[in-house]
Ligand binder design. Sequence first.
Ligand SMILES: [Zn+2]
Length: 286
Amino acid sequence: MPMTLLALHAHPDDESSKGAATISRYAASGVRCVLVTATGGEAGDILNPAMDRPEIAANLKAVREAELAEAAAIQGYDEVILLGYRDSGMPDSSDNADPRAFCNQPVDDVLARLVGIVREVRPHVVIGYDDHEFYPHPDHLRIHEMSLLVFDAAADANRFPELGEPWEIKKMYAPTMFAHDRIHALHEAMLERTGSSPYERWIEMIETRPIVERDVTRIDVTGYVEQSRAALRAHRTQIDPDGHWFQVPTEVIEEIYPWEDFELMASRVGWNTDEDDLFAGIDDAA
Ligand SMILES: [Zn+2]
């Protein structure tokens, strides 16, 4: 049975901006990769001036769904499952009050759907979310909460017995972009090479907010960074190809910090963050 990875994300484009090169690396090595996206991203703005046109704004949900399909294919996902909830927008917005919004669904209803998916897909590793100090979008916080709940519930024969045989996820991780080492290393490399750095604001954030620096598991993504950036660019409504995210050349990333960072959130195979493989310690006979 192949190793399987299931990634839970909130909006179309999150799968391409958080840990995307890691997915490509595992997909290339034969791991079956399945993506679950909770919402359609309907509440998002169009962030690329070239795509800010009325016919696109009027069809944003369908446009973002097509972008997601393209990005997932570029990354190497085997399957994409859309939960179909509505984007919850930011607190106090009308999107946030919409009864179809992801954040307004009963926790047990969402959990039942995720437990059903986990018992069918049978992932060894799940990518969920941490509690997002830098970007507390209600949908991201919801994914954080749900990913912890599904880790326990999918394995519990007493929960949702009608949804199939219990399945034990072995490890759950959250991708993180905010490891201080990474931000400092890329910031300094860019200053040295070009005299300016797109990480200026991030440096300010990590210095002014009381952020807990967590242990991370580093996954070497050498050779997969460009693929992840192509996936991100497929989200044309969300990503300006001339924007600051693309100022840092792929060669610089691969030379200075060729890793993606993951925080271990839950484990049934011991608690070791000093590994170089998300599947380390998992017996493939399972
Ligand atoms: Zn998001």
